[in-house]
Design a protein around this ligand. Structure first.
Ligand SMILES: [Zn+2]
Ligand SMILES: [Zn+2]
Length: 269
């Protein structure tokens, strides 16, 4: 069983729908041992910001106080951030400085914007074939792996397929084998963790990236996997962890890796 969820949002993120203390209580109630909150942290220009910016000072102050109160022998709560990768040097500098100032327990590095457009928005896909829209997204993910700020987890690889307008939305390893291989080999070389994200909405997959990509990661030698529901309210915390556990075990994975302040904790499936 998977007993961690390291990608969730509380109302410190503008799209979160529950207080941080309610999210932590819900994570504890379903028996998680490791629970991570990853509020959206941007730094790119406001017109491209997916949502409003998190008040980092207020968030980390609240999270640190909750850690004092809630962490114990069987439950750890980690205060992280989901960094929105943008190639703009000012955005990158902002994220480097924010990391130094607040020292998040861990960071999920995510691509939401490509070529000046939000790739969860229909306008991103206008005039683009699936090959072009998905290919550009994967190129941007490849570039995000060289971000100058410290990060631990590569977030929702395949995010672009969540809102795509194509009849066949599924992002397949075979259709982008070279790009996926570059990304997966870089993840392994850097020693970072590949996330399995279960907020797949109507992507054609139950989770992102899908099992074909995870199998290739395993084949290349990748073993570090994180579980993230991307829950924005309590009832989604841990969603589909039974399914993901089964599929990971079928591929050959035996453990989940949880990052904490530059170290990795492993928990058997
Ligand atoms: Zn995201
Ligand atoms: Zn998220």
């Amino acid at each position: 069983m998977i007993v961690s969820d390291m990608h969730t949002h509380s109302s410190f993120s503008s799209d979160g729908r529950a207080s941080l203390s309610d999210m932590v209580a819900a994570a504890k109630a379903i028996g998680l041992r490791c629970y991570g909150v990853t509020e959206h942290i941007h730094g790119d220009e406001p017109s491209l910001a997916q949502y409003g910016e998190t008040d980092a000072a207020a968030y980390f102050a609240c999270a640190r106080a909750l850690q004092e109160r809630e962490c114990g022998e069987n439950f750890s709560f980690f205060a992280g951030g989901e960094y929105n990768y943008a190639p703009d040097p000012r955005a990158l500098d902002y994220l480097v400085a924010l990391s130094e100032k607040y020292r998040p327990d861990f960071v999920v590095n995510s691509v939401h914007n490509v070529d000046g457009a939000k790739c969860c928005h229909f306008s991103y896909f206008e005039g683009k074939s699936k090959q072009r829209a998905y290919g550009r997204y994967l190129e941007e993910v490849r570039r995000s792996l060289d971000a100058p700020y410290p990060y631990d987890i590569v977030g929702h690889l395949g995010y672009v397929s969540r809102s795509a307008p194509y009849a066949d939305k599924k992002l397949r390893y075979d259709e982008f084998a070279d790009l996926f291989d570059e990304i997966l080999r870089t993840v392994i070389r850097r020693g970072v963790i590949l996330e399995v994200n279960t907020a797949a909405s109507n992507s054609g997959s139950e989770f992102l990236p899908d099992a074909d990509v995870l199998a290739r990661y395993f084949e290349l030698g990748g073993r570090k996997i994180s579980f993230g529901s991307d829950a924005h309210y309590p009832s989604r915390i841990g969603e589909k962890r039974e399914l993901v556990c089964e599929q990971l075990a079928a591929i050959g994975f035996t453990e989940i890796t949880v990052p904490n302040r530059g170290t990795h904790i492993t928990i058997g499936l």
